[in-house]
Design a protein around this ligand. Structure first.
Ligand code: CP
Ligand code: NVA
Length: 301
């Protein structure tokens, strides 16, 4: 049984296999209505639980649609409505769910919750975002880059903004997929120390994006950050907004990515989001295809 918990803990060859499989599965359904079943139905007769302890649009809908296309059935569970939110342990929840469903996707707060779920579940567990990581997102992002620009190996990726959970999964991916990652943000919002060595720092965003093949940002206030931090973070991050002027310092064919949801004209201007560098909606679409390949990997690896 194989979980998909993180990019750095998944073998490199398996990550490559997932991206290639996602591409193949996407091509196979080109132009079909979204509800058309996939030809091979790898999740036929399978039940998949999708647990959300935080809000979601993309993760929720893309997993739900993906499971259905693959022939399975889903149940979407809110953490707050489960006994999980009322004192039942993660371990017991994992053991119980494993008797009902064939796979579990969980979006949660603490990384420890994900790992406890995986340790005690007897079915595959998939990480749908924690306070520290968002591996499914970055698998979709790698797929998106390669669709537009070919292999990401040896390319320069620049992150401008908060050193958050999405950045962390980019850092893990930089090592696995062998690209250069530059972090550009203010010191109080540096990535966690465990990621040291996976990226370099350039505090000046204009210098950072020179030679960039991909510029990425994310919200300045994540779901796990206290709302009270909003004003301070906006002051700290204002200089790291991705603008047309900043993109002019990157390579002429640089891509722009954002996992969404975006706060238009905070971390990125609307003109960049809707401009020629942006592939944000391809990224969103590729969540579906990448996660279908991840689920197939979990069932068959
Ligand atoms: N990018 C992403 O995970 O979006 P949701 O929070 O809408 O799932
Ligand atoms: N960093 C964001 C990503 C949302 C998909 C958050 O954790 O809220």
């Amino acid at each position: 049984m194989t979980h998909f918990l993180d990019i750095h803990t998944t073998p490199t060859a398996d990550l490559r296999h997932i991206i290639d499989d996602a591409r193949r599965m996407k091509d196979a359904r080109h132009g079909l209505p979204k509800g058309t079943p996939d030809a091979d139905q790898p999740l036929a007769n399978h039940m998949v639980a999708l647990i959300f302890e935080k809000p979601s649009t993309r993760t929720r809908v893309s997993f739900d649609v993906g499971v259905r296309q693959m022939g399975g059935q889903t149940m979407v569970l809110s953490g707050a409505d489960m006994q999980l939110g009322h004192g039942e342990t993660i371990a017991d929840t994992a053991r119980v769910l494993s008797r009902y469903v064939d796979m579990i996707m969980i979006r949660t707060f603490e990384e420890a919750t994900l790992h406890e779920m995986a340790e005690h579940a007897t079915v595959p567990v998939i990480n749908g975002l924690t306070n520290r990581t968002h591996p499914c997102q970055i698998m979709a992002d790698i797929m998106t880059f390669e669709e537009h620009r070919g292999p990401i190996k040896g390319r320069k990726v620049v992150w401008s903004g908060d050193g958050n959970n999405v950045f962390a999964s980019f850092a893990h991916a930089a090592k696995q997929f062998d690209f250069d990652l530059v972090f550009s943000g203010p010191p109080p919002l540096d990535p966690e120390a465990a990621l040291d060595g996976l990226y370099t720092i350039e505090r000046n965003p204009e210098k950072a994006v020179q030679g960039a093949d991909l510029v990425v940002t994310d919200t300045w206030v994540s779901m796990h950050d206290p709302a009270s931090a909003r004003e301070r973070r906006h002051n700290q991050l204002r200089g790291y907004q991705v603008t047309d002027a900043l993109m002019d310092h990157a390579n002429a064919d640089a891509l722009f990515m954002h996992c969404l949801p975006a706060h238009r004209d905070d971390e990125v201007t609307s003109s960049v989001m809707d401009g020629p560098h942006s592939v944000i909606f391809d990224e969103a679409e590729n969540r579906l295809h990448a996660q279908k390949a991840i689920m197939r990997y979990c069932l068959t690896a």
